[in-house]
Unconditional design. Structure first.
Length: 458
């Protein structure tokens, strides 16, 4: 009350409103944008659209019909015209509008001026998306949406589609296994890699999917999800026993595809272009997602015997990465580092992992392992991630596209609870039954004592 009275005496209600706006902008940017930033940016855009486009070099010569009409009706000079603007559509995080490109323009011309448009209209960022030939969409983001992540209400999930993080343009980053079957996720300790994995597990746990885990850290990362896992290996020896079973399962599914589609049994698996999604639903095997946590543990060897086991496991992982998609087997490989120094087969395995997600890493070489063969500028973005922002990452794929994403917070207890509630969705896969993890009993309430009290003598 004292501060409010001081503000009223110093500047009156205007000072109070200014202080409130500054507080909302710092602590609640979404509220500030909806109440203050949105109207101001809209007025700026409407009032300066033509002049800004001209200053950015995005105007083009008008059509001949327009030139004739101007000369016939007025004596004004015929000036270049900006791209035709569509309706401005406000959102909870920014603005959206579509532009029709002029003759000779391309989406790259608009994207090259995104930084200028950002400063001219007073928004946090401007992103350009190609909608159709001749039309692009400008997505104006009013504030840093990655500072306090809030996932969109309509994220667009589905079978093997998991909204796992938020992009910097305020859209959901969806891990789509049907589009990008295998992925490599890298990140240093406390970078948010485990949080990213939790969202994937909890999203898939509620779908008719078999989840298989290899966690050579004695299962500390994946063991809490045991009620929903179909199989779990917690050391390299168990992994060496589990991977051949998955390879045989993949081969059995190829045999099923051959039998259904009348493909000759002698046809090599590499030449089969169809997949399980072409089978009738009642015959279709359940998809399998294999999580490999700390993949480097599978490559480390101490003796010659371990080296032979390592080579076998790597060969089986490569086979799953090369042939597993058509059989409905998908890989999610995680680790702190992943490169040629791990040993034979590491580079070949990495080449099969289409998707790449790189959290904060300890050196530039690690970022190059994940993103160097995708986009050089993505490596610089990954190296710039600050330790104070866990969960922030750079996501890309082998097409060359990339973006910054951040995973919202999800506690381990909440993720484990989702897996317990989804335990009834564990599919029946007899081949994986020997590797089914033991589900620990739920902890008892510490406030309730199980010790019978000693009777008090009267």
């Amino acid at each position: 009350m004292t501060d409010l009275a001081t503000l009223l005496e110093a500047g009156g209600p205007v000072a109070v409103l200014g202080a409130g706006a500054a507080y909302a902008r710092a602590k609640h940017p979404g509220v500030y944008w909806s109440s203050v930033g949105l109207p101001i940016s809209t007025v700026r855009l409407l009032g300066s659209y033509g002049s800004v486009m001209e200053a950015c070099g995005l105007t083009v010569q008008p059509s001949r019909l327009r030139v004739l009409a101007v000369k016939a009706t007025t004596r004004r000079e015929v000036r270049p015209v900006p791209p035709r603007r569509g309706i401005i559509r406000p959102t909870s995080t920014g603005l959206r509008l579509r532009l029709r490109l002029g003759p000779g323009q391309e989406p790259a011309d608009i994207a090259a001026s995104a930084e200028r448009l950002r400063h001219a209209w007073g928004v946090h960022a401007v992103y350009v998306t190609d909608v159709k030939p001749g039309v692009v969409e400008l997505r104006l983001v009013g504030f840093d949406v990655l500072r306090n992540v809030r996932m969109p209400r309509k994220a667009g999930g589905g079978l093997l589609r998991v909204p796992v993080a938020l992009r910097e343009d305020a859209t959901a980053f969806i891990r789509d296994y049907r589009t990008i079957p295998h992925q490599l996720t890298l990140g240093a300790t406390l970078s948010g890699k485990s949080m990213y994995q939790r969202h994937l597990v909890t999203g898939l746990a509620q779908q008719p999917v078999a989840l298989v885990g290899i966690d050579c850290k004695r299962g500390v990362e994946l063991a809490p999800f045991a009620p929903r896992l179909s199989a779990l290996a917690t050391d390299p020896q168990q992994a060496a026993e589990l991977l051949p079973v998955l390879v045989r399962e993949m081969e059995d599914r190829y045999d099923l595809i051959k039998a259904r589609q009348c493909i000759a049994p002698s046809t090599p698996d590499e030449e089969i272009t169809s997949d399980i999604w072409g089978l009738p639903e009642h015959e279709r095997p359940v998809p399998i997602v294999l999580f490999v946590d700390e993949v480097a543990e599978l490559f480390l060897v101490a003796t010659r015997k371990d080296e032979e086991r390592r080579d076998e496991m790597v060969t089986q992982l490569i086979r799953l990465a090369q042939l597993g998609r058509a059989a409905g087997i998908y890989l999610e490989v995680c680790g702190q580092r992943f490169g040629a120094e791990l040993g034979k087969g590491a580079t070949m395995l990495r080449a099969q992992l289409t998707g790449r997600v790189c959290h904060r890493v300890n050196d530039e070489v690690s970022a190059k392992m994940a993103l160097g063969d995708i986009a050089p500028e993505a490596v610089d973005a990954a190296c710039a991630i600050a330790p104070e922002r866990p969960g922030l990452a750079v996501a890309g794929d082998t097409s060359g596209g990339w973006s910054r994403i951040r995973t919202p917070f999800l506690s381990l207890a909440d993720a484990a609870e989702v897996c317990r509630e989804s335990a009834h969705l564990v599919p029946d896969l007899p081949a994986l039954e020997p590797f089914r993890p033991a589900v620990p009993a739920p902890p008892t309430d510490p406030s309730v004592s199980l010790v019978k009290p000693v009777p008090v003598a009267e």
